[in-house]
Design a protein around this ligand. Structure first.
Ligand code: SF4
Length: 264
């Protein structure tokens, strides 16, 4: 599975410069990436072992439409087997494609913070951590120290109630688990998180209730769909929405700064 358009509601495309992972916390128990790897085994000769795909690094350079790109839907970019040099290459591609937004999500908060000073945090990076229950709330404190322009939480699968400190956080996604062995998410947990985002003026995105399959119980919360995005997304689209292939090609050919080209 390389880079594909996706059904994930809060993004447009996935980009997987690495695949494979191993489990680190209860949110991983029914890992969707692992299930997909088993289902499409022919596409994953190394199974679910962490695998680097340098041949995929250049892909976003060829996607001309400004998009939200979920980095590593099939892995965890801050996995301990991903060398810093490879991470720097990923971040370099991000720098070269300022018309995209890159949504990076990790459960490896310690490695994220340890390596953050060695990476360039371009303004098109949205950095997130998963928080499935109160035992993993410390991931938010680690994330807060990372100099990303947008910081977000993915509370999916939500496995318990959460008391969140949302200082420095721009966006919270909540979702229930799906699959035959899904763990049921209680409505009070979701409403309580929604209330906390309201009080802190943080964008709230309700992805789904979950069930046997992701769409089994829909995505209405108290009769409404909650699809809020960080303010940075509107600003990004205003700036880059009308970028043309000609402008991108001109900047490459003449070695011009694309951001300056768009701003003029
Ligand atoms: S960190 Fe993510 S990709 Fe890795 S095992 Fe856990 S859920 Fe799966």
């Amino acid at each position: 599975m390389a880079s594909i358009n996706t059904g994930i509601e809060w993004t447009d495309k996935t980009w997987n410069p690495t695949t494979g992972c191993n489990k680190v916390s209860p949110g991983c128990t029914h890992c969707y990436a692992e299930a997909l790897t088993k289902r499409f085994a022919k596409n994953f000769p190394n199974g679910f072992d962490l695998t680097l795909h340098p041949e995929r690094l250049q892909e976003p350079l060829h996607w001309r439409k400004p998009s939200r790109i979920f980095v590593n839907s099939m892995s965890d970019l801050f996995h301990e087997d991903v060398p810093i040099s490879f991470l720097q290459e990923v971040f370099s591609v991000i720098r070269q494609t300022p018309w995209h937004i890159y949504q990076i999500l990790t459960k490896r908060h310690e490695r994220l913070l340890e390596l953050a000073p060695q990476l360039n945090w371009h303004e098109n990076i949205w950095m997130g951590v998963s928080v499935e229950n109160q035992n993993y709330i410390q991931r938010v404190d680690y994330l807060r120290q990372v100099p990303a322009k947008v910081r977000f939480l993915s509370c999916e699968p939500l496995l318990g109630s959460l008391k969140l400190n949302l200082t420095g956080i721009n966006w919270v996604i909540v979702g229930g688990e799906s699959g035959h062995r899904h763990r049921v998410m209680q409505a009070e947990w979701v409403r309580d998180i929604k209330h906390q985002t309201n009080s802190s003026d943080v964008a709230f995105f309700f992805k789904q209730w979950g069930g046997i399959h992701p769409k089994a119980s829909g995505r209405l919360l108290d009769g409404q769909i909650w699809d809020e995005m960080p303010e940075a997304w509107d600003k990004h689209i205003k700036k880059w929405g009308s970028i043309t292939i000609a402008a991108i090609n001109k900047s490459k050919k003449e070695n011009l700064n694309l951001t300056a080209l768009v701003e003029n």
